[in-house]
Design a protein around this ligand. Structure first.
Ligand code: SAM
Length: 152
């Protein structure tokens, strides 16, 4: 299962790279993480959000199962995440996860999302969101495989 992450912003900062590497190395087929980083807008506020959202949507295919990360989304536990990832796999849809920029994403991306996922009501910086996402996807893999990484 290739999960593509579409993220606004520059390459991973070094402290994030180290953490992401740790989880990517542990990922086993069919789990596979691909990062597609899109430049942030030089504008501010609504204009930046609109421009960045257009960039995001231009990379999304019709059949992609789009998971939008947003603090106002649905808060789920890790087994539910594992099941949520299984659904598109069962219907041969590619999974794309979107991480927005400093101003979040426009309503157009919210409308396109199949699932809006909140990691917490707290807002995290997007570099940290990348790291949390990598760990949670690794955790979902372990839950799906029935391995003991996840304890409740
Ligand atoms: C710095 S945040 C932007 C927050 C901004 N206030 C907004 O309106 O979305 C950058 C991105 O990180 C992700 N993000 C930050 N905190 C999150 C959380 N608690 N849950 C899910 N995604 C989060 C979202 O994709 C967000 O667009």
């Amino acid at each position: 299962m290739t999960i593509r992450v579409l993220a606004i912003g520059k390459k991973h900062e070094s402290w994030v790279t180290e953490g992401i590497d740790r989880y990517e190395k542990r990922m086993k087929k069919p789990f596979d993480l691909k990062w597609q980083l899109l430049p942030h807008s030089s504008r501010e506020g609504d204009s930046a959000r609109t421009e960045e959202s257009e960039r995001i949507l231009s990379k999304v295919e019709t059949r992609d199962y789009l998971i939008l990360l947003d603090e106002r989304g649905k808060n789920i536990d890790s087994p539910t995440l594992a099941r949520t990832l299984q659904q598109p796999l069962d219907t041969s849809r590619n999974i794309t996860v979107v991480i927005g920029g400093a101003y979040g994403v426009a309503p157009s991306v919210h409308s396109r999302a199949d699932f809006t996922w909140s990691l917490s009501k707290l807002v995290f910086p997007h570099q940290l969101v990348r790291l949390i996402l990598a760990e949670q996807l690794y955790r979902a893999q372990e839950i799906a495989g029935g391995r003991p990484y996840h304890h409740v």
